[in-house]
Design a protein around this ligand. Structure first.
Ligand code: SF4
Length: 63
């Protein structure tokens, strides 16, 4: 799934750099594309990666 030039307002803010979305973790499953449609391009606030990133970001800001 390509992203550049195809970003929507409802997309996850991490979509351009996320290794999962950009196939850098080499998952091979039809579920991957389903998850990308469900989370990356919609309900991203329910994604564990997104939640972990935001928690880590808050930790960094509070230092
Ligand atoms: S929803 Fe999760 S997997 Fe998808 S781009 Fe955002 S952080 Fe990555």
């Amino acid at each position: 799934m390509k992203t550049k030039g195809n970003i929507k307002m409802s997309d996850c803010e991490l979509i351009l750099t996320c290794p999962f979305f950009n196939d850098k973790e080499h998952y091979a499953s039809s579920m991957v594309e389903t998850d990308k449609s469900l989370y990356c391009r919609g309900e991203y606030t329910g994604c564990g990666r997104y939640i972990a990133f935001k928690a880590f970001e808050r930790e960094l800001i509070s230092i």
